[in-house]
Every structure is written in structure tokens, then in C-alpha cells.
Design a protein around this ligand. Structure first.
Ligand SMILES: [Zn+2]
Length: 505
């Protein structure tokens, strides 16, 4: 076995060509071909019926909403929408597929020939060609028990949950992505990230990669590097590997990087790249071989006899085009300029899934900087600790706006505000309710502050004398004593002013 080449050397000697297939689970109420609920997390095998279990004689019927979502996604990807599109049977045997075939689309997918513009960190924009986007149903979920890795190898037995069987999917297939060179890993990640953002903007999927509602299969091949782009384009593609079900953006980037090094190592020593599927291992940050890759012929595709062709009217397609949201990249640029964020700040907001939350908080009256401070600070930390999405925290944009407004009106300090949000997150009610229940409001009562200051000065007469004598830096001890006496609920800057006033009078 040859050793992987270093990434830099690999890129110097070879030209990577990628193909990315992304499966998106649609968030329709029901499954693709039956009326079972399409919901993640229900008890195993509680959402099944004769159709999605593939019992003899059961008849599928197409989910109208799933077709609508597939068309809207196609339009957003600048695809043509087919006037005539059919379903086909993709035959293979596996326990997660109880019919022994998957209903998919083969010859005439619903969407074809589009593109998605993808921006890289250096600001360059890549146009990734979209070959097709087709509808299909998901398989059931196998859980292999007993092995160390969770894979079938070494497992004692396998549990099958058919709830996922029949979930509506759209599979988006790129055209070969050529010419990215050393940017290939970043481009792969950025493409899937952009696609995910688009799907969220369209509202057609939960788009949770960690739950598998977006999964990517990444194909990579290398060919010898040529001197010019024109010569390069004439070099035939090499044999490719297909790494299946990569389910985080980070892993997509690392998979491409690793496969470039691995294949370059083979080719550099005269070995051949085997056309096969591979698996990505997060722990070793490497891939290992799966099965040798089937060709389309192996699936014996044939037209699904139980379903009519899909022939969406042009009027319907055009009416769906009018429902498309502002493209995410355009919206992001617009909001960044409206909010006055730097690229970096906006990038952080996007990565944290905070853009919509910040937008809602700003709409509720908070300054963009104020909204960002909470969502990307305290709340992002909490979400991270709890291992949930920011949007899943039990705090609303209105809550954050209420807290910020109490700070700007002088009723709360930042420190007290953190305690208020802690209370909201703990389910103690609205910010106003937490403030009153926990007694968190700033002590702004002038007389109360003055008496606390007088008590502190009387308790430390030597320090009082120092301050009077001009050693103003000694004031910290008195401010500290007053803050302690007011349980941290005074505005320290105001206390400082009052102490100086008191001592100069
Ligand atoms: Zn069903």
C-alpha cells in the first residue's frame, strides 16, 4: 500500500475533479407515497403502513407537497423543470428496503441543468453546475448493534426502524466540478453549506446534518496536471471514489482533502484507483473501502408501473417561482450592510445559525450590535453547552430585545442582564417576570446608594482619606464595598461618580 501524498504535492501533480450528490429530506407532513407521518424521533416502527413497508398489493400515491418542494428547489437552483417526469424502480436487496426496490427518478428527473453560485472565504464566486435534482424515497434506518464502530462489520445483530422508509428526498447531483485545484476541499464544503442555506430559506427541510436530513456523497477523481486550462480540460477523468453519507460540513472538506492525498499516493507509485464506495471515519480522519461501485445497469431500473408521470403545468411552475425567497447570499449581503457587520461578524452569525434570530431581535427594536452581542455570546455558549441549535433554546428574540431595552434604559447592567437571561432559559418566565421574581433591578434609588456609600466610607476611613488626598485609584475598594452592599445591583460607574461627589463636597 502506498502512503498518501502531502496535499500540496498532490495538487502540484494532479488535478482534482469532484462530483457531489446531496440528499435532502423534505419536511412534508407525510411520507412520499403514503399518509404516514414524516417526523423524526418517534418510537421505532410507529410510523409505518402497508405502502412504506412494501406489503404485497399496496399502492403508492405521490405527495403533492413533495413535488411542490422539489420544483421550488429546482427553480432556486436555476434548473429547468421537466414538463414530463417519471418515477422508476431502482432494484436492490437490503434489509432497510423492504420492497427490494426504491422508487426514484432515473431518465427524466423533475429538475435538470441548473447552477448554484458559491462564495469562498477569499471572496471568489464559483458557479457549480447542477446536473439534476430528482425525487425519491428514503430507505429505513439500520442500527448495527455490538460492533465497536457502529458499522455492520463486527456487529452481533441489526435493528431496522422503518419510520424513515418512504421519507421524501430530493437528490441534487452536480456536474463535474473541475479546475478548483487546492480550493477543492473548501469549495465542496461551501457548496453544501450554500445548498443547506438555500433549503432553509425555502423552508422545505429541517436541514439538520447531524440528524441526517442532509447527507452528502462526495465523488473524487484525479488526473495528471496539464500545463494549461485548455490542455487540462482535454485530459480524461480518472477513476473515482464515492465517499458515502458524509454528514457534517467539516467532514466534507476533510474527506475531499484526504481522498486527494490518498489517490495521489496511489497514482504516484503507479497503482490504480479502484472505483468504489468508501466510508469516512471521523476518529482517524480517513476513508476506508466499502463495496465496489455498482453501475446503473446493476440496479435494473425500469419505469414504476404504479405511478403516473408528473406533468406540472407551466402556470403552476410560474406561480411557484413567485414564492421563491430572496437568495440567501443576496439576503446576507443586504443584512450585513444594514447591520454594519464586518465579514467576519456576519460569517460568525451565519455559522451559528443566528441570522434569523438577530433579524427578529432587530425587528423587535434592538440595535444590531446589541442583538449580536447576546446571540453570539452568552446564548451561543449556552446552546453549545446544551448541544442544541441556537434556535432551539427556550428564549425568544422578543426576550432578548426586552433585556437589551432594560439595559439601555438603565434598569439592568450587563451583569444583571445575564442573570435575567439565565432565568428565562431556566423557564422562570419572561424577562420582566425574572427581574421581579429575582429582584434583579439596578439600585438606582439615590438615597439608598448614598447611604451605602456613606457606610462604606465610614467603614474604611483611611481609604476615604487617601481619595481626598488625591489618590483616586484607591476608589476601587469603596466601589467594591458599595456593589457588595447592593448585591451587585448598582451601576458601578454611577457609584464612582457619587463617591467622588460625596468626597469633594
Ligand atoms: Zn406508510
Amino acid at each position: 500500500m502506498s502512503e498518501p501524498l502531502s496535499f500540496d504535492e498532490a495538487i502540484e501533480r494532479f488535478d482534482p475533479v469532484m462530483g457531489i450528490e446531496v440528499h435532502v429530506e423534505l419536511n412534508t407532513k407525510t411520507k412520499m407515497f403514503c399518509s404516514c407521518a414524516n417526523r423524526f424521533g418517534a418510537p421505532a416502527n410507529s410510523q409505518v403502513c402497508p405502502v412504506c413497508l412494501g406489503l404485497p398489493g399496496a399502492m403508492p400515491a405521490v405527495n403533492h407537497k413533495a413535488v411542490e418542494s422539489a420544483i421550488r428547489l429546482g427553480l432556486a437552483l436555476n434548473c429547468a423543470v421537466a414538463e414530463h417526469s417519471t418515477f422508476a424502480r431502482k432494484n436492490y436487496f437490503y434489509p432497510d428496503l423492504s420492497k427490494d426496490y426504491q422508487i426514484s427518478q432515473y431518465e427524466d428527473p423533475i429538475d435538470f441543468d441548473g447552477y448554484l453560485d458559491v462564495e469562498l472565504a477569499d471572496g471568489t464566486v464559483w458557479r457549480v453546475g447542477i446536473e439534476r435534482a430528482h425525487m425519491e424515497e428514503d430507505a429505513a434506518k439500520n442500527t448495527h448493534i455490538g460492533g465497536a464502530t457502529g458499522r455492520i462489520q463486527g456487529a452481533d445483530y441489526t435493528l431496522v426502524d422503518y419510520n424513515r422508509g418512504g421519507t421524501p428526498l430530493v437528490e441534487i447531483v452536480t456536474k463535474p466540478i473541475e479546475g478548483a485545484g487546492s480550493k477543492a476541499p473548501e469549495l465542496a464544503r461551501a457548496y453544501v453549506a450554500a445548498l443547506r442555506e438555500l433549503v432553509i430559506a425555502l423552508g422545505i427541510s429541517d436541514a439538520r446534518m447531524e440528524q441526517g436530513s442532509i447527507r452528502a456523497d462526495v465523488n473524487l477523481s484525479l488526473r495528471p496536471r496539464a500545463a494549461t486550462a485548455a490542455e487540462q480540460a482535454a485530459v480524461p477523468f480518472g477513476k473515482r471514489s464515492e465517499t458515502k453519507n458524509v454528514n457534517s460540513l467539516r467532514s466534507i472538506e476533510k474527506t475531499i482533502r484526504y481522498e486527494i492525498s490518498r489517490q495521489a499516493g496511489l497514482l504516484a507509485t503507479g497503482e490504480l484507483v479502484v472505483q468504489e464506495t468508501r466510508h469516512w471515519h471521523e476518529d482517524s480522519e480517513s476513508t476506508s473501502p466499502g463495496r465496489s461501485k455498482e453501475e446503473a445497469d446493476d440496479y435494473r431500473y425500469f419505469p414504476e408501473p404504479d405511478l403516473l408521470p408528473i406533468e406540472p403545468s407551466r402556470a403552476w411552475v410560474e406561480s411557484l417561482r413567485r414564492t421563491l425567497p430572496e437568495p440567501p447570499a443576496v439576503r446576507r449581503a443586504r443584512l450585513r450592510s444594514e447591520w454594519g457587520f464586518t465579514e467576519l461578524e456576519m460569517g460568525d452569525a451565519v455559522n451559528a445559525g443566528a441570522v434569523d434570530l438577530i433579524a427578529a431581535t432587530v425587528a423587535a427594536g434592538t440595535s444590531p450590535a446589541g442583538a449580536r452581542k447576546w446571540w453570539l455570546g452568552e446564548l451561543a455558549r449556552t446552546a453549545n453547552e446544551r448541544g442544541v441549535d441556537l434556535a432551539a433554546l427556550p428564549v425568544s428574540a422578543e426576550d432578548v430585545a426586552a433585556v437589551e431595552s432594560m439595559i439601555s434604559s438603565g434598569r439592568l447592567t450587563d451583569k444583571l442582564a445575564r442573570q435575567v437571561l439565565e432565568g428565562v432559559l431556566a423557564g422562570e418566565g419572561s424577562p420582566a417576570a425574572v427581574v421581579s421574581a429575582r429582584g434583579l433591578e439596578i439600585v438606582s434609588d439615590h438615597a439608598a446608594l448614598l447611604s451605602a456609600i456613606d457606610a462604606a466610607l465610614a467603614a474604611q476611613p483611611d481609604i476615604a482619606a487617601k481619595i481626598r488626598g488625591g489618590k483616586v485609584q484607591a476608589i476601587g475598594a469603596i466601589v467594591g464595598a458599595v456593589m457588595k452592599a447592593t448585591r451587585g445591583q448598582a451601576d458601578a460607574a454611577r457609584v464612582r461618580e457619587l463617591i467622588l461627589e460625596r468626597l469633594s463636597s
